[in-house]
Each structure stands twice: as C-alpha cells, then as structure tokens.
Design a protein around this ligand. Structure first.
Ligand code: F6R
Length: 364
C-alpha cells in the first residue's frame, strides 16, 4: 500500500525516522543496549577476535560502514567482501573468527552460500536480517533482527539505514561487554543516535532542493560519487541507488583514489557528488572538490548545515544537520536516496520495478 506516496520507494524513504524510533525503543534504554533475540552469550562475544562480513549490493555497503564501527567501538578487526567472492576463494578459518552475513531478504543465494561455507569450516555465523522467517534465519547460529518492517520497493532504502544502525548498536554492545568506552564518550554517541530520527525529518524537508538537482542530473550519462572513511561506503551506495533506478551510469570512489584514475572521467558533462559533512576528512573532500572543479566538473555537495565555504564552491548542495562524523552515513543516506529517486522520476522510470532487477536474488 503506497498510502499518499506515488511510489513504495518514496514511502519507504519517508518511513525511516519512524523505523529508527522503533529500533531505538527496542534496543536502547538509558545507557543499556539490548539484543534480546541474539543467541550468543557475552563470554563468547568478548572473545571474538576477527569478524568477516559477507553480503551483496546495498547490504555489503552497510557492512562496510559496520566494519568501521566494529573496529572503532568494539576493537575487533573486521573485513568485508562480496559474498560471491568470499564463497569461492577458500576463505581462511580461524577459531576466533565470526562470520557476519547481512541481508534484507535472508534469501540471497550468494550470501546464503557464504553462510554455508562458513559453517562447513566450523566458523560461527551471525546474520543481520530483515526477514526473520527466512532461510538464513533458520541456518545461522545467531540472528539480529533489522526491524525495518517489510521492504517492497526493489531499491533498498530503509533496510540499508536499519542495517547500519543495528551494526552500530551491535558494535557498541560488544564494546560495552569489553568495557572499551569511557562513560562520557558513550553517552555522547548514544545522544547522537537518539537525535537521528528528528534530523532525518529535517532532511526530508529539503526535497524541493533535491528535485532541482534531479532536473540537472536527468540529462547526464555519467556521474561520480566521492567520500572517505565512514562516507566512502555512502558514495558506493549513492552511486548504486542512482544507477539502479535512473539507469544513469554512476560510480562511487574513495576520495583518495580519485587522482589515481577516475579524475580522467571528469568533464562538463560528468558531475561529481562530494560527500563532505563536518569532521576529520572534510578538508580532504574540499581538495577532491577542487580537483573536479578545475576540470570543469559540476559539483553537487552533501554538507553540514551552514558550511559556507563548500556552498560557495558548489553548483548545488544539500545540507544535513550537524552530527558526529561516525554517525553521518545514517543522515547522508537520505539525500542520496532522494536524489536517486527524483532523478529517476524526472526520467520517467518505474522506480519500484527497475528493469532487469529482482527484489530477492535467489539464484547466483
Ligand atoms: C540495491 C539492492 C540490492 C540488495 C542485494 C542484497 O538497492 O537492494 O543491492 O541489497 O541484492 O539483497 P539482500 O539484502 O536481500 O541480501
């Protein structure tokens, strides 16, 4: 049921603040994080030394952000890979490794095969799943429910942000078992998380500005998305969203890799989306912006409210409310989803049923 929305995808984008409130209510009380459905005990989680995240598409992009959370907040070394690669390269098993699968549907063929590969090698498997009645739910050693509610639009939106949020909570949870974070710092992060639903609502109000950018993008054939550290996966996800529903070619790169090849693509007709919220890598992103601009590239930037310096340098910009850099991918996701959506609409595409794609990829 689309309700008042033209497409399910738009409805699901707008549901995100409510999904976040639901997850917050379930997972967080005062300063304690809860995973009632998680079958692993604290003694086991405290001993995990390495996490291997395997997933496909958008779920892998969420996993790449989760990897940084695990390193930052749980001090566990973590790696990510496409399930389709992981399963075929005879991955190394070691006693303290935990394999994490991430999937909206719980039925994706490669992710399921990766899970089975892990179990065959006597590694334990934890799955982050939206569909908790799925094959992966039955076959995993333990499961975390994403609680995004049913996602019907082919392009993943609320499942993506729910994946990132649950990975963040999981990392903080494991960190708390190991007493890794000073109370003050922990309180600050939790307050930042509590503020997310209202900040998302603020961003959703900027849809008119995003529609203008979509009008500009709709006639382009190629686009580039750049981000670094926490927002490198945001760049990959922004590009994936745009290409899958608008059929405009889009590639995401880590900002530091730009000069090593992709910069050659930039011209008047190849706009560059610069993800540059406040934080440590902001100045590096300004360097990327200037590299693109001096080659004639039109700049669309995603910035923190009031960043006059980047606004002046940009052809278009979208603002997000101030937040910690590590949390910013959860806000950055929203304008990128809307940008893909309105660009696809401006091109007359059926966003809920993009050509050639299926919601659940149950064959290799
Ligand atoms: C893109 C998208 C896909 C899925 C991928 C994995 O918007 O939806 O890239 O993320 O097919 O699907 P799940 O999460 O169901 O395993």
């Amino acid at each position: 049921d689309k309700g008042d929305f033209e497409y399910l995808m738009l409805k699901e984008i707008y549901e995100q603040p409510d999904v976040f409130e639901r997850i917050l209510k379930e997972r967080l009380d005062d300063t304690f994080i809860h995973f009632p459905e998680l079958k692993f005990g604290k003694e086991y989680l405290a001993r995990v030394g390495r996490i291997l995240i395997q997933a496909c598409g958008t779920s892998l992009n969420a996993g790449m952000i989760g990897r940084m959370y695990l390193e930052q907040f749980a001090h566990i070394s973590a790696e990510t890979d496409y399930s389709s690669e992981w399963r075929y390269r005879n991955p190394l098993a070691s006693g303290d490794s935990l394999v994490v699968g991430i999937s909206q549907s719980g039925e994706t063929a490669d992710t399921l095969a990766g899970l089975r590969e892990a179990k065959a090698k006597f590694m334990r498997v934890l799955s982050f799943l939206n569909n908790i009645n799925s094959t992966m739910a039955r076959e995993s050693d333990a499961m975390i429910s994403l609680m995004a509610g049913p996602e019907i639009g082919v392009a993943s939106t609320k499942a993506f942000t729910a994946q990132v949020l649950n990975l963040l909570f999981f990392s903080l949870y494991v960190g708390s078992i190991k007493w890794l974070m000073p109370a003050e710092e922990r309180r600050t992060v939790l307050d930042e998380i509590r503020a997310l639903p209202d900040k998302m609502r603020t961003i959703l109000k900027s849809h008119e500005r995003i529609k203008e950018i979509a009008e500009f993008l709709k006639d382009k054939n190629d686009t580039i998305f750049l981000g670094r550290t926490y927002n490198y996966p945001s760049a990959l996800e922004g590009a994936l969203k745009l290409k899958e529903i608008s059929y405009i070619h889009a590639s995401g790169y880590a900002g530091g890799e730009f000069k090593h090849g992709p910069l050659a693509l930039v011209s008047q007709n190849v706009p560059v989306v610069i993800i540059a919220p406040q934080g440590e890598i902001r100045t590096k992103m300004i360097s990327n912006l200037k590299e693109a601009q001096s080659r004639g590239g039109k700049i669309i930037s995603i910035i923190t409210e009031g960043d006059e310096e980047i606004k002046r340098e940009s052809d278009f910009y979208v603002e997000i409310p101030p937040c910690q850099e590590s949390i910013s991918p959860l806000l950055v996701a929203v304008p990128l989803q809307l940008l893909a959506y309105y660009t696809a609409i401006a091109r007359g595409c059926d966003v809920d049923r993009p050509r050639n794609l299926a919601k659940s990829v149950t064959v290799e």
